[in-house]
Design a protein around this ligand. Sequence first.
Ligand code: FAD
Ligand code: A2P
Length: 338
Amino acid sequence: MHRILLIMNDDSSTVPMPVFPEVEMNLVTPKAPVTGTVVKSETCLRGGRKSASFVRHVEIDVSGTPLEGACRAGQSFGVIAPGVAENGKPHKVRLYSLASPTCGEDGEGKIIATTPKRVIDEFTPQKDEDDSDRHELFLGVCSNYVCDLQVGDKVQVTGPSGKRFLLPVDHNKHDYIFMATGTGIAPFRSMCKELFENPDGPTTSQVHVVMGTPYTTDLLYDDLFVKLAEEHDNFHYHTAVSREKQADGSRGLYVGQLVDLKFDDTFGPILTSDRGLMYMCGLVGMQWGIYQLFAEKGITEAYMTIKEDLKDVSHTDWDKEQMRRYIKPTHRLMVEVY
Ligand code: FAD
Ligand code: A2P
């Protein structure tokens, strides 16, 4: 069953919207998680000079559970770390984006994958009541648990989750701009595999991945994207490295700045055509610059619904709170931030 979406705009014109598949959701809930088995765990950082972060590619065999064959590219699944939290209650479920395509890593939907990044920091106060002198090592519970897992270990999983961050049913009807920061690349590994490595042959669409990391060594799944770019003329891989100088000596870039720089020759023609879809995944906040860029370029209509409250405010004056409250992405702009 497919839904056809036609969004009415304020000027009463209709913009044809992509058709998305119906997906399974919450087949396995945190109250009754199922057991998967880790079958692979390896670093997926480009590496070279030592990166300051630790990110792994972890594969989990979910065969024989309701998750087998039910997880679609773009969705997430849950992991429940063993033990209890500070409040004495079992740890809450944490969500992780699927990095595997719909057919799984094995082609049969039995093995799912994700891209956990260790949360490692010095304790910093988060709430007013937190002691400002606390400064011991802070380790995220679930990310470190998943990164520590060894091949053969059992893990409690739930899902699938999410129905708003999916590829459309007819891949070839659209062109794609996938913008990621850090582990936000996970769903785009999944989607790019779906688009280029499926049994019906590679997509004919234009596909652009824009990957943002602090350093070149932090690029994730870099070898896959380099290989796709070598093999397919319609696949394009752009990196926005924020803390290193560019080849021409200019300052580091965020993903939104890279889209702005290459707007006229690369991204604009896709975004202004009826075929363009943009996906963003990663840091909370990456969408604000894009909303303002779209307003500056005069292409808000297809991608954003802007409430009256903002209509008379210049986009250069929009603040984050206003954008959060008054701008909603349409079905041509998919946003998953965490
Ligand atoms: P927690 O133990 O939950 O600690 C993190 C929390 O502690 C934060 O919420 C913050 O409030 C607080 N905190 C953070 N830093 C400090 C500090 N220095 N001092 C004190 N407190 C601090 N993550 C991935 O790595 N890969 C993915 O593919 C991925 N996909 C996701 C998809 C979705 C849809 C969502 C919602 C989240 C996704 N995440 C992903 C994030 C993931 O769910 C977890 O939030 C993340 O792994 C951290 O969990 P944790 O248990 O390790 O940390
Ligand atoms: P920086 O940390 O230099 O400010 P990671 O998850 O591996 O840390 O990578 C996140 C990347 O996203 C970093 O390069 C970070 O830059 C960058 N970044 C931070 N804030 C934003 C934002 N609002 N929009 C886009 N990219 C951002």
